[in-house]
Design a protein around this ligand. Sequence first.
Ligand SMILES: [Zn+2]
Length: 235
Amino acid sequence: MNAGHGPLTTHLCAQALHYLLFAYRGRQLLRRRPARGGPRWPAFGVPGDGIALTIDDGPHPRWTPPLLDLLDAHGIRATFFLIGDRVREHPELARRIMAAGHPIGNHSMTHPQPFAALPRPALRAEIDRTQRAIEDATGVTPRLFRAPGGNWSPTVLRTTADLGLTPVDWTVNPSDWRSPGVERITRTLSRTRPGQIILCHDGGGDRSQTLAALTQVIPRLIGQGLRFVTVAEDR
Ligand SMILES: [Zn+2]
C-alpha cells in the first residue's frame, strides 16, 4: 500500500466501487443483459434466456428444508451460497442441498461486513476456510463465491480469482432479508427477466416471507415461460 493511503482511504475506495457496482447492476437491469464473472467484475447474470435463483446465508434447519421441498415440487434448481460456520453446524443440510442437485457456492465463513474493508489475509482466510468447511461436509469443492452484502472491491475480486473461484453478484434484489412484506418481495421477483440472477435468503433471520413469496412467484414465472437455471460452475 502506498504511503498516505490509510485504512480510511481504502475504505472510501471500497465504498466508491460498491456504489459503482450498484450503478452497473442498474444498467444490467435496463439492458437485460447478462455478464460473466472474472477478476474485474462479478457475474450479474446468466448466459442464454434462463433465470437463476440464488439463495444466501444458510444452511438453516428451519428454512432450508421447506425451501428445498418447494424447489423439488417444481423440479427446479437454485444455487446456494453457504456460510462456512453454518455448514460446520449443519453439515447434513449442506449434503441435502448437494444431493438434491443444487450447486453450492462460498459465501464466507462468518459473513463479516463490510467485507471489502477486511485486510487481505482475513479476506483470504474467510473464503479459504469456507472452501474447507463445504468440502468436509459434501466432498465437493465450490467454484463460485459471493461477497457478503455484495461488497466487492478490487482486492476481494483478486482474492476470489487467486482461489480459483468465480465471483457472482445479482440483478434482482427483493431485499427479503429485511422482511419488507410478502407482497413487496413478490412484486420485485415477478419482474425477473431472462438472463437475470435473483437474490433470496434462507438464513439470517425469519425467512417465512421469502418462502411465502417464492411459493407464489415460482409457478408464475414458470407459467410465463421462464426457465430456472443454476449459475454455471464451469465459467
Ligand atoms: Zn449474505
